[in-house]
Design a protein. Structure first.
Length: 393
């Protein structure tokens, strides 16, 4: 298909990287479950393929598609979201440099930064990414080379102004990296707002069916890294050198998931909005964290930079941690489990589950917090299940 950038989102999701097979006419890309490729003479690679760590046609299809959906110049697929994040940091930072990271972030990301990158020589400081001045205040002139942001954040659903943070980062000679996992490429395209690099856990909404673990990185066009080479080339080199690549079957499953991303995100958003309405009706729910609420401090920014407000909801309840743990254990339609973004609804207690690794740090989450990943089931069933869990909790 030609001129992909001029077509609509769903058209790109279905066709970018997925041309019908020229030999058989198959409309679905093949799963190239191979480790190596026959060479036509020494160094005579067919279409550039020599070894599947370096490149694989199924992975190439996924990388082409995710780049098209994010409006980037080049995409990279990894074995997990954290593998992609690690590659970005190692490729684009050097020991002795500094990065600004959010006070509200996925626990695994902060563990990577605080326990792995710090030991490698990368310093960091924390800032509330919803406050542009707070981020500006943590910039160290000449030393800060990266601003890292999630929006919406995990698990408090905070919202950052991507365009404002891009301006702050670029003024300081730093790159802006946006974790777009919660929004997905359908609801938000950070590169169009000035971001240099976008990262995803494709395990979540991109895959969408809780049957694959993966990650993706997309780089904007012509991103220069201070004191280093072109960002995309750096990431490509490190992807191959470090080797945490997405396998062909995982790439195929994620590519399949992207084809229905638009319709799924609409249903996730529809259901989440109705779940939020239900939670608002309960006096024992003390706080609801959802960017779609007018009362949310980041609502206006989210409305400006997102198509809709997504399927993730967090809330706090009376009764503290014991009540929260009781409620998450009583649901029947909502599955108690980690991860998010699948077609099935998930409920969890971040403090004891996904964010246990940040206990005792500035990223520690409220003990009474419950996080919902709203699936695409019949919403009346989801509400009835929450109602009974809260009533007996």
């Amino acid at each position: 298909m030609t001129e992909q950038s001029q077509t609509g989102f769903s058209t790109r999701a279905i066709h970018a990287g997925s041309e019908p097979d020229p030999r058989t006419g198959a409309v679905v890309p093949a799963i190239y479950q191979t480790s190596t490729y026959k060479q036509d003479g020494v160094g005579g690679f067919r279409e550039g393929y020599e070894y599947s760590r370096s490149a694989n046609p199924t992975r190439t299809a996924l990388e082409t598609c995710i780049a098209a959906l994010e409006g980037g110049a080049r995409g990279f697929a990894f074995a997990s979201g954290l593998a992609g994040e690690d590659t970005v940091m190692r490729a684009l930072l050097q020991p002795g440099q500094h990065m600004v990271v959010p006070t509200d972030a996925y626990g695994g990301t902060y563990r990577l930064i605080n326990a792995v990158q710090k030991a490698w020589g990368i310093d960091h400081s924390l800032a509330k990414v919803g406050l542009a001045d707070a981020v500006r205040g943590e910039i160290r002139p000449g030393v800060t080379k990266m601003v890292w942001v999630e929006t919406p954040t995990n698990p408090m659903l905070g919202v950052a102004d991507i365009a404002a943070l891009a301006e702050i980062a670029h003024e300081a000679g730093a790159l802006l990296v946006v974790d777009n996992t919660f929004a997905s490429p359908y609801l938000q395209q950070p590169i169009s707002l000035g971001a240099d690099v976008v990262v995803h856990s494709t395990t979540k909404y991109c895959g969408g069916h809780s049957d694959v673990v993966g990650g993706a990185v997309v780089v904007a066009k012509d991103v220069a890294v201070p004191e280093l080479a072109d960002a995309a080339e750096r990431i490509a080199f490190h992807q191959n050198s470090m080797g945490a690549v997405a396998g062909p079957m995982d790439s195929w499953l994620t590519l399949r998931g992207l084809k229905t991303l638009a319709v799924r995100m609409e249903r996730h958003s529809d259901n989440a909005e109705k779940v939020v309405e239900f939670l608002q009706s309960r006096k024992d729910v003390t706080h609801i964290h959802y960017p779609g609420l007018d009362s949310h401090p980041g609502h206006d920014i989210a409305a400006k930079q997102m198509k809709r407000f997504g399927g993730m909801v967090s809330f706090q309840i009376e009764g503290g941690v014991d009540r929260a743990l009781d409620v998450v254990g009583r649901t029947k339609v909502w599955t108690l489990g980690e991860s998010l973004g699948g077609v099935e609804s998930l409920i969890e207690h971040p403090g004891r589950m996904t964010h246990a690794s940040v206990a005792g740090t500035e990223l520690e989450v409220p003990a009474d917090l419950i996080r919902l990943s709203t699936g695409i089931e019949d919403v009346d069933d989801l509400i009835a299940d929450l109602d009974q869990a809260l009533a007996t909790g």
